[in-house]
Design a protein around this ligand. Structure first.
Ligand code: FE2
Length: 411
């Protein structure tokens, strides 16, 4: 199969991609079609490595308003709403909603998802259902599962055991939620436990870290120190880190050295955190998004996630990461030309580092033929014009396709 006339990753010259048996075998200008070879000519469109959702909660997705709406819009009311919905969870309910969400993602060019799954549920219903789906959907979507203790490790009955049970069931990553634990001591010991568990079972770590406006929430320093000391380094991710927005600059300056030493990744969720944070501020109101610009400038790996799709924490979302990048650039004040042009990295190459996808994630000869084509010449235009995903090819298989949106002025 020959995919013709593509601008690969914002390149200025058009190239063709030859795919044989699911692998990219040739990339070059004006490749000559072989006899009988199928061709698809895009006539000058952007090809990118597939998009990656590096932080979402698939177990809660598509449940907003059921049984109650989050009226205050706060994270903590969200947790209360979810505790009510959780009572009604069944395997079939989770499977149906996750199936719908995965198809939404696929249509938007996403081929990898890291989902957090709540394990503060004595039955581990959602974990069981999502692990099952991870296997079933493997050919169309790669799903990485984080065992996520939504109501705490030390502060929830049997929290440690439930987390370990979920890891033994097959979760890929160990989670924690230090800012939700009852005390600072619990917060520190929950992180120690999560890191030790990851070492014991050879898993990755992804912590909901300081998702609060409290400048005294210092889970991040503990997590970074443990990542450094344990040698887990870039196998560890700090998600959210919204308190970092409110830390004083002198503290951040000191903390940045530890972050760099530790090699940890960050995931920021601009859409959801601008909605959830700053809720008890009067004016000025904090944006509540972590220091993406400064972390990036310091050489730290940062990716963007959607976090929630139409659930108790976020009442909107259609599974497109374009909205996440678009808002993220605004709130992080990263609107320079190069910033915009390269911003797809927040939902592709940077996210691939966080998920540890390795060398096979890139449009390169010898790699699996996994790429997407957008209806634009480069990512600047794609982002600005909300370009349609024309094709999503995963390992040589077309898993989603679209047509350009049509609007016209009648004058
Ligand atoms: Fe989250």
């Amino acid at each position: 199969m020959l995919f013709r006339n593509l601008y690969i990753e914002n390149a200025e010259k058009l190239q063709d991609i030859r795919v044989e048996e699911g692998v990219i075998t040739e990339i070059g200008e004006a490749l000559l079609p072989r006899e009988g070879e199928e061709q698809q000519d895009f006539g000058g469109k952007l090809a990118l490595p597939p998009f990656i959702e590096s932080h979402v909660h698939l177990d809660t997705c598509l449940t907003a308003g059921d049984p109650v709406w989050n009226q205050s819009g706060t994270l903590f009311e969200g947790i209360e709403c979810w505790a009510k919905r959780k009572e009604k969870l069944t395997r079939q309910d989770v499977r149906e909603r996750v199936g719908r969400a995965v198809r939404l993602y696929a249509m938007n060019g996403i081929q990898h998802i890291r989902t957090h799954v709540d394990v503060t549920d004595p039955k581990l219903t959602a974990m069981e259902a999502i692990l099952e789906m991870r296997e079933e959907l493997r050919d169309v979507m790669d799903i990485q599962v984080v065992a996520f203790p939504q109501e705490g490790i030390e502060s929830y009955p049997n929290g440690r055991k439930l987390l370990e049970d979920a890891v033994r069931m097959g979760a890929d990553c160990v989670g924690a939620i230090p800012h939700y634990e009852f005390t600072r001591e619990y917060s520190v010991s929950s992180l120690n436990y999560a890191v030790a568990l990851a070492e014991k079972y050879d898993k990755l770590v992804d912590v909901h870290c300081d998702e609060i406006d409290d400048e005294a929430s210092r889970g991040l320093e503990t997590l970074a120190a443990r990542a450094y000391e344990s040698g887990l380094t870039d196998r560890v991710t700090a998600s959210h880190t919204t308190a970092m927005h409110s830390y004083n600059n002198a503290y951040v300056q000191r903390l940045m050295r530890l972050i760099q030493l530790s090699g940890i990744n960050f995931v920021s969720n601009p859409l959801v955190n601008t909605h959830l944070q700053g809720r008890i501020d009067t004016y000025p109101k904090r944006r509540g998004v972590t220091r993406v610009k400064e972390l990036t400038q310091a050489g730290v790996n940062v990716s963007f996630g959607h976090d929630d799709i139409f659930d108790p924490w976020y009442p909107m979302g259609t599974g497109t990461l374009r909205d996440v990048v678009f808002l993220g650039l605004h709130v992080c004040q990263m609107m320079g030309y190069e910033d915009i042009m390269n911003s797809y990295r927040f939902i592709s190459t940077n996210a691939a580092r966080t998920l540890h996808l390795g060398e096979s994630y890139s449009i390169r000869v010898g790699n699996p033929a996994s790429f997407i084509v957008l209806d634009a010449k480069n990512y600047y235009d794609a982002l600005n014009q909300n370009a349609a995903v024309l094709l999503s090819c995963k390992g040589g298989r077309v898993v989603a396709q679209g047509v350009p949106g049509k609007k016209e002025a009648l004058f």
